[in-house]
Design a protein around this ligand. Structure first.
Ligand code: 5AD
Ligand code: SF4
Length: 425
């Protein structure tokens, strides 16, 4: 989501004549797009700001700005109290950036952090440079108010972009050679445009070009409709991958998190998804060490992971966030215990993913080639429909092409194989 927002800001700046440099020493302006979801995300930003301020000692004219959720959360503090930055701009105020920047270049400080009920930047073409994979933000904000989460406070209320303009944007991306779009929102299932819902949007986006893969993230289990499941199941170019954060396997903790579903409802939803798409890849998010989480609650989460056998799970230590309801609860699980629980979940998930990946050995997977692999130039990397990374010896195809790969080897993170029909060296 932050990559998408950075591309949006890039689009606004490009339209106002700004250029970009990869070299800090050449820059007149440095903008840091930030996340406030957990404390450690913010600590990393402070580290960066330290680095930029050292550069400012060498070049006092350098303008340093903080964008995004941390800007929204800390507001004037970053300018007044901590004196770390010249500009603070929240997620709904990016249109003001050009004006704020010209004043900042004259030495004026600027803060713009008002949230909006309507801003969705629909008319701005993001500055995309990736070439084949595109993020498309379909809605902004969140009205769910999970008790641990700062997002409703930093990104404001839910609002959706018009369906027509989203379909047009995807058509332009397809024309430019993009091969995969990921529709983004904090809770995409609350997408609305008149009578049309997210399922209608997905169907229409997928119809733009059948060689374009369509993905989406993130779904809240409460809002995942039967209609959406059907659209995913029956539309060939919608990837069969659902990211469905469960957060905990304990009803008591889910209640305290205000997640609005029970473990049993979640289970039934998974059953419905899997019966419509037996091959679906399911991934999830888990928070470990939420206030009052006892060993028995943690065991319930472990049991749920064993039962559902997710294809992947992102696990986070609970991090108290100011303004949220959980901020008032006692953060009573010791840091070390949170770490242990996260590790146990990660180990369990690792074993599950490894087993699933090994089961794919011998099968043929269609892979969208993304480019040379990080490790060896002689290999390519790409992903399957179900979002698994595959590494294979370079073929005559290139970035953006589809190739059929027979899987020969697997670890828990990567599948390895070779193009079918390609002779062994
Ligand atoms: N502490 C830890 N993890 C959090 N998440 C959101 N808020 C917090 C927090 N305060 C996690 C949730 C969410 C993911 C994007 O980040 O699991 O699904
Ligand atoms: Fe945060 Fe909950 Fe909204 Fe997700 S659904 S962004 S966890 S409040």
């Amino acid at each position: 989501m932050n990559v998408a927002d950075s591309e949006l800001v890039g689009g606004i700046l490009r339209d106002h004549g700004y250029g970009f440099t990869g070299n800090l020493g050449d820059a007149d302006i440095v903008l840091v797009n930030t996340c406030a979801i957990r404390e450690n995300a913010e600590q990393r930003v402070y580290g960066r700001l330290g680095l930029f301020n050292r550069q400012k000692k060498k070049n006092p004219a350098l303008v340093i700005g903080v964008l995004g959720c941390m800007a929204e959360r800390l507001r004037t503090n970053l300018v007044d109290r901590e004196k770390l930055v010249d500009l603070v701009v929240g997620p709904d105020e990016y249109r003001k950036l050009p004006a704020l920047l010209s004043r900042a270049l004259e030495g004026e400080k600027g803060v713009a952090v008002r949230l909006s009920r309507v801003e969705h930047y629909d008319d701005i073409e993001p500055l995309r440079t990736e070439g084949i994979l595109a993020w498309v933000s379909v809605m902004r904000g969140c009205d769910k108010f999970c008790t641990f989460c700062v997002v409703p406070f930093t990104r404001g209320r839910e609002r959706s972009r018009p369906r027509r303009s989203l379909v047009d944007e995807v058509a332009r991306l397809a024309d430019r050679g993009y091969k995969e779009v990921t529709l983004l929102g904090q809770n995409v299932n609350s997408y609305r445009d008149g009578d049309e819902d997210f399922a209608d949007l997905m169907r229409d986006v997928a119809a733009v070009d059948r060689s374009l893969r369509v993905r989406f993230t993130t779904s809240h289990p409460e809002d995942m409709s039967v209609k959406l499941i059907e659209v995913i199941a029956t539309t060939e170019n919608i990837c069969k991958h659902v990211h469905l954060p469960v957060q905990s396997g304990s009803d008591r903790i889910l209640g305290r998190m205000n997640r609005t579903y029970s473990v049993d409802q979640y289970r039934r939803l998974v059953r419905r998804i899997r019966s419509a798409m037996p091959e679906v890849s399911l991934t999830t998010d888990i928070i470990s060490g939420f206030p009052s989480e006892a060993p028995v609650d943690h065991e319930m989460t472990m049991d749920l992971l064993r039962e559902i056998e997710f294809d992947g799970a992102y696990t986070f230590k609970y991090s108290p966030r100011e303004n949220t309801k959980a901020w008032a609860m006692v953060d009573d699980v010791p840091e070390e215990e949170k770490g242990m629980r996260v590790m146990q979940i990660a180990e369990l998930q690792h074993a599950t993913t490894l087993k699933q990946n090994r089961n794919l050995i011998g099968t043929v997977e269609r892979v969208l080639v993304e480019g040379p692999s990080k490790k060896t130039e002689t290999d390519y990397t790409g992903r399957t429909d179900r979002n698994r990374t595959v590494v294979f010896p370079r073929t005559h195809e290139g970035r953006g092409d589809y190739v059929d790969i027979r899987i020969e080897r697997a670890n828990s993170a990567t599948l390895f194989g070779r193009r079918i029909g390609e002779a062994r060296p």
